[in-house]
Design a protein around this ligand. Sequence first.
Ligand SMILES: [Zn+2]
Length: 259
Amino acid sequence: MLSWFRSQVNEHGLLPATLLLSRVLRYRIPVVLSNRLLPDKLECPCCGWKGRRFLDYIELGYHIPNAACPNCDSHSRHRALYLWLKNEFHLENKSGWALIFAPERALAPLWQSARKLRTIKVDIEAARGVDLLADVMRLPLANESVELIWCHHVLEQVEDDKAALGELYRTLASTGGEMVVSVGLTGKETTQEFGGVNPMLSGNRRLYGSDFCKRLEETGFAVKPMSYALTEKEAERYAVYPETFYHCTRSTRATNTSF
Ligand SMILES: [Zn+2]
């Protein structure tokens, strides 16, 4: 909590960070108490944690209730993607080089269990135990050098997402290469560009609309929109909310996935 507060002070200044901390504590205390006193209702598939309620996720500009696992910090999309990677994508059968952008702590054990994959954790900051410090707009990698790219909720923070998508396309193997990507979608048709970092929205530079799919296709990817195939009971148990993500290949023909 202390390191989180320090990072908020660095990012927003002392007063906004203190106000944010007071909001976090106000919502967190009842959740912690209910997890201690009430029977289990929820489960995190990533780490096995069970409890009554996930922690609220609170940023300066928004608030998501029942969001974060108290043990591994998984959010709805991490929990859903964990199940998809394991049960539908069959990550354990994948081989070759995999680029994992902004590696999520909740998914780390799953990546480690994929014995045939050689993973490279990439980030622009050294805070996540990364293997490669690099900017997605300028990747120090050869053409078609990776078989799998995993890139979630990164492109909204990148200055030039067209350049970033071009780099992802360039480095992905044209034969058998797969990219799984997602961004925060607003439900609107067009992407809203802020023209800079928006401190109220986690430092995002844009909010994507449904035209994100077109941006992928214009880069050259064959794109297949995906959703989590969870039953209503599973979605409730794991606190997963619907979100679209995309399976992309460099093929110009119709996508023919192997999972
Ligand atoms: Zn967890």
